[in-house]
Design a protein around this ligand. Structure first.
Ligand code: GDP
Ligand code: MG
Length: 313
C-alpha cells in the first residue's frame, strides 16, 4: 500500500450539528475499535454558525484520527462531500450524516457488502424515523428517480453509504447532485447495491432539508437524466424534438398556403398560422441548440474520459 494511504475514511458533512458531534464521535470510536483497520474521520463543516467548529477542534485535539475542514461559508452538502472525497486518504470511504440518525454500527455491514463485489453500497432506511410528509415525498422521489434511471434501489439519498475509492475518484459531485450519487456511479459502470440500515429519530437540532428540497430534487433529476444520457450526444435529444416540431410546423403552414392559393381561404382569420410559424421557429432553434451542444462536446473531446476498469499492456 502507498505511504499515507489508509484503509478507511469516514466522511461526515455537517451543518450546525453542535449537540450531536460528541456522541457521534464516541459511537464511531466504539465501532472502529471492533474493526481491524486503519481509519480516519474527516469532518467537513459547511460554514456552521453554531459551536460545531469548537466541538470539532476539541475532537481533533483528543483524537489524531479526526481531521476537520471548515468552509468559510455554507456551500451545501454536495460541495462538502466533494471536499471530503478529495481529501480522504482511505481505500474505502464511508459517508454518514452528523445528526445521529445514521448508525455507525452499520459500518461493518456496509463493508461486508462491498466485499461481496460491489463498488457502492447504500443504506436503505426501511423503517424511517422522519415525519410523515418527509417519508412520503421521499418515497415518491425515489420511485420516480428509479423508474427514469433504471436503478433498482429504495433509498437513493440515504446519508450512510460505502464507496470504493475508484467510485469517489470518478464521480463529480456538485450543485445538489449528492442526492443522485448511486445514479451517477451506476452510469459510470460501477456496481451498486443496498442494505437495510437502522435509522433513528433526530435527537438534537432540526432538519435542514424541508419540503422545498422536493422541488429542487426534480429539477436536479432533469440535470442528471441529461448528463447521464445526452452529454456525449446532445443532438439526439434536441435534434429529435426540433425535427418533430419543424415537420409539424412546415406541414401546417403548407396546408394553410395550399388553402390560400387554391381554395381562396384567407389567412386573416386563421390562428393556426401562428402555430405553424411557432413550430417552425422552435424546431430550428432546437436543432441549433443541439448542434451547439455537439460543438461543445466535440471541442471537449480530449477531456471527456471513459471509465476504465483495468488496463493490461
Ligand atoms: N455540508 C452540509 N451538510 C449539511 C447541510 N445541510 C444539512 N447537512 C448535513 O446533512 C445531514 C442530513 O441533514 P438533515 O438536516 O438531517 O436532513 P434529513 O435527515 O433529510 O432531515 C446532516 O448531517 C446535516 O448536518 C449543508 O448545507 N451542508
Ligand atoms: Mg437527518
Amino acid at each position: 500500500m502507498e505511504k499515507d494511504k489508509i484503509d478507511l475514511s469516514i466522511v461526515i458533512p455537517l451543518y450546525n450539528e453542535e449537540e450531536s458531534l460528541g456522541e457521534l464521535h464516541e459511537q464511531i470510536t466504539t465501532v472502529l475499535g471492533s474493526l481491524d483497520t486503519s481509519a480516519e474521520i474527516v469532518f467537513v463543516d459547511d460554514g456552521s454558525s453554531d459551536a460545531s467548529m469548537k466541538k470539532l477542534t476539541e475532537l481533533h485535539e483528543k483524537d489524531a484520527r479526526v481531521r476537520v475542514y471548515q468552509f468559510r461559508k455554507n456551500y451545501g452538502k454536495s460541495a462538502a462531500l466533494a471536499k471530503g472525497f478529495s481529501v480522504a486518504k482511505g481505500q474505502t470511504l464511508i459517508t454518514m450524516d452528523a445528526d445521529l440518525q445514521d448508525d455507525p454500527r452499520e459500518i461493518p455491514h456496509l463493508l461486508a457488502k462491498l466485499d461481496e463485489g460491489f463498488d457502492l453500497v447504500s443504506g436503505w432506511k426501511k423503517e424511517r424515523k422522519d415525519p410523515f410528509i418527509k417519508r412520503t415525498t421521499s418515497r415518491l422521489f425515489n420511485r420516480i428517480t428509479c423508474m427514469s434511471t433504471n436503478l433498482e434501489m429504495h433509498d437513493i439519498n440515504c446519508g450512510i453509504k460505502a464507496y470504493r475509492r475508484e467510485v469517489t475518484d470518478a464521480i463529480n459531485v456538485y450543485g445538489q447532485l449528492h442526492r443522485f450519487l448511486p445514479v451517477l456511479a451506476q452510469w459510470e459502470g460501477f456496481k451498486v447495491s443496498e442494505i437495510v440500515v437502522r435509522h433513528h429519530p433526530r435527537k438534537y437540532g432540526k432538519t435542514k432539508f424541508g419540503v422545498s428540497r422536493f422541488v429542487a430534487g426534480f429539477i436536479d433529476l432533469i440535470t442528471v437524466l441529461f448528463i447521464t444520457r445526452y452529454t456525449r450526444r446532445p443532438l439526439h435529444l434536441f435534434g429529435l424534438a426540433g425535427l418533430v416540431s419543424f415537420i409539424f410546423g412546415l406541414g401546417l403552414s403548407s396546408w394553410l398556403a395550399f388553402e390560400r392559393i387554391f381554395n381562396d381561404k384567407y389567412l386573416s382569420n386563421r390562428p393556426m398560422m401562428f402555430l405553424g410559424i411557432l413550430l417552425i421557429i422552435v424546431g430550428v432553434q432546437f436543432v441549433s441548440i443541439g448542434l451547439l451542444g455537439e460543438m461543445i462536446t466535440e471541442s471537449r473531446k480530449q477531456q471527456v474520459d471513459y471509465a476504465i476498469k483495468k488496463t493490461l499492456t
